[in-house]
Design a binder for this molecule. Structure first.
Ligand SMILES: [Zn+2]
Length: 254
């Protein structure tokens, strides 16, 4: 496979958004925390010594994911919206804008095949807008859930939630606090709030896309582990529990 074909094959929605950001913005900040810029795999963003491209698989889902990404988010090697797009083929990604939604985003939100839900904590939404679960699926008819996730720092996500009038017409899906705290215990990765991949996995579980939810959780675990080991210059361990769980899901197929 030549490089061009490889790059085209790698271009899921977040990878395309990243390419657009790189092409448009010469002023981007350095995102490697002062270290000399490291070589990273184009596809999984890990250093070549820790590349994990062969380890995960995509899983078709009934639900879709729409990532609205803060500036520079798609450029961060630690962004986990990228991992969602690795697993869920029906992932779309857009740069967040206060005033003007991308025409492709508007078209997606207006597409009658999808029922969009803005995923956000209940305390920030008007009570009448909040739902805690997805409506039961009507036989043969219900629209596919589309989870809109605001991907950025917590401050950026709150700002996007408050200042996106084009999202105001959609219900707000508030995730169950018990499920959230279970995740928090597990997650030393992002201390203060769930990362985007964790939220997406919970949403997929609610929609009944269990295999995708598990694949995404397992992929996040393996990615996080390899990311930290690469920073510490420690080799990856493919025999650990996280890797074995991911391999079992991948090999189970179907
Ligand atoms: Zn890779």
């Amino acid at each position: 496979m030549n490089d061009q074909v490889k790059r085209a094959a790698a271009a899921h929605a977040v990878a395309r958004l990243r390419a657009t950001c790189l092409a448009e913005d010469g002023q981007r900040p350095r995102l490697d925390r002062g270290e000399p810029r490291k070589a990273r795999c184009d596809r999984c963003r890990l250093p070549p010594t820790h590349c994990a491209c062969a380890l995960h698989a995509s899983v078709p889902t009934r639900a879709g994911v729409c990532l609205l990404m803060a500036p520079f988010e798609a450029l961060k090697p630690s962004n986990t919206g990228w991992l969602v797009a690795d697993v869920v083929p029906d992932t779309q990604a857009f740069a967040w804008s206060r005033t003007q939604a991308d025409p492709a985003l508007t078209a997606l939100l207006d597409d009658p095949r999808w029922q969009p839900f803005v995923v956000f904590p209940r305390e920030f939404a008007a009570p009448g807008r909040v739902v805690a679960n997805l409506p039961d699926r009507a036989p043969g008819g219900a629209r596919r859930p589309l989870f809109i996730l605001l991907d950025g720092t917590w401050a950026e996500a709150r700002k996007a939630f408050r200042r996106s009038p084009y999202l105001d017409r959609f219900p707000v899906l508030a995730l169950d606090p018990a499920a959230l705290s279970r995740y928090r215990l597990r997650s030393a990765w992002h201390e203060h709030h769930l990362c985007t991949a964790e939220i997406a996995a919970l949403c997929l579980g609610l929609a009944g896309d269990m295999r995708a939810a598990r694949m995404l959780e397992a992929w996040l675990d393996v990615f996080s582990d390899r990311y930290l080991r690469a920073r510490q210059s420690v080799p990856a361990d493919e025999s650990d529990q996280a890797h074995r769980r991911l391999a079992a899901l991948r090999d189970a197929g179907g």
